[in-house]
Design a protein around this ligand. Structure first.
Ligand code: KIV
Length: 258
């Protein structure tokens, strides 16, 4: 059983923040986070791009290398950027680079159409995290950054997709922008853990984009996020406060839930 599965089994919430460089990775790691995610959100918050789509595999490898230098104990997950997993073969080459050059310990892929690819990667020893709900690389087919799974038929499809990713061998699934009730049902149906972002308190863990939880969001602040820096006054205490709030179940509250 993996450490994350053990946390789920023991009912202990999993904590995750995004990181893009060595200094923040080191601060977050030493604060005791369970998972560091090198998210392709770096395209928006670091590079100033309008979406995650322009992020390249070279960008991700570079930022993984930076984060890996600051990491000691936490699990390092790397996003596979747009079109770097369009076939199982391409995915294998991309994941190998993220693990060999970037020192990632798990890779994250968006959508349910990747089930066959997940199976292929896992068979070859590459741990995989799925990502369902609002999948930002599909922003132009989803019609914007909005809550998913509100209609009954979409909710049923998402439940099936989560089970499909689990059967394919995923170790973990990120659920983004789902009604809290639906995320709770999906979480209860799975053996593997879920990590929510805008998906309510009943996921097995929570992830936030670092810049959002430090209140340095450019543009509209996501309603599901919380500025932990405002109430703590320092970066280190903000990160510790996030970890404590997730572990003791006080974040996310109803005001951060769809
Ligand atoms: O890219 C990212 O930061 C992510 C999180 C929002 C889960 O995928």
């Amino acid at each position: 059983m993996t450490k994350l599965e053990k946390l789920k089994q023991n009912g202990e919430k999993i904590t995750c923040l995004t990181a893009y460089d060595a200094s923040f990775a080191s601060i977050i790691d030493q604060a005791g986070i369970d998972v560091l995610l090198v998210g392709d959100s770096l395209g928006m918050v670091v590079q100033g791009q309008p979406s995650t789509i322009p992020v390249t595999l070279d960008d991700m490898v570079y930022h993984c290398q930076l984060v890996a230098r600051g990491r000691q104990k936490s699990l390092l997950i790397a996003d596979m950027p747009f079109m770097t997993y369009s076939t199982p073969e391409i995915a294998f080459d991309s994941a190998a680079r993220l693990m060999q050059e970037g020192q990632a310990q798990m890779v994250k892929l968006e959508g349910a159409w990747v089930a066959e690819t997940i199976e292929m990667l896992v068979e070859r020893g590459i741990p995989v995290c799925g990502h369902l709900g609002l999948t930002p690389q599909s922003v132009y087919t989803l019609g914007g950054y909005r809550v998913q799974g509100n209609k009954e038929e979409d909710a049923e499809r998402l439940k099936e997709e989560a089970l499909l990713l689990q059967s394919a061998g995923a170790s973990l699934i990120v659920l983004e922008c789902l009604p809290g009730k639906l995320a709770a049902e999906i979480t209860a149906s799975l053996r593997i853990p879920t990590i929510g972002i805008g998906a309510g308190k009943d996921c097995d863990g929570q992830v936030l984009v670092l810049y959002d939880m430090l209140g340095i969001t450019v543009g509209k602040k996501p309603s599901f996020s919380k500025d932990f820096l405002q109430e703590t006054g320092s970066i280190t205490t903000a990160i510790v406060a996030f970890i404590q709030a997730v572990k003791n179940g006080t974040f996310p509250s109803l005001e951060h839930t769809f």
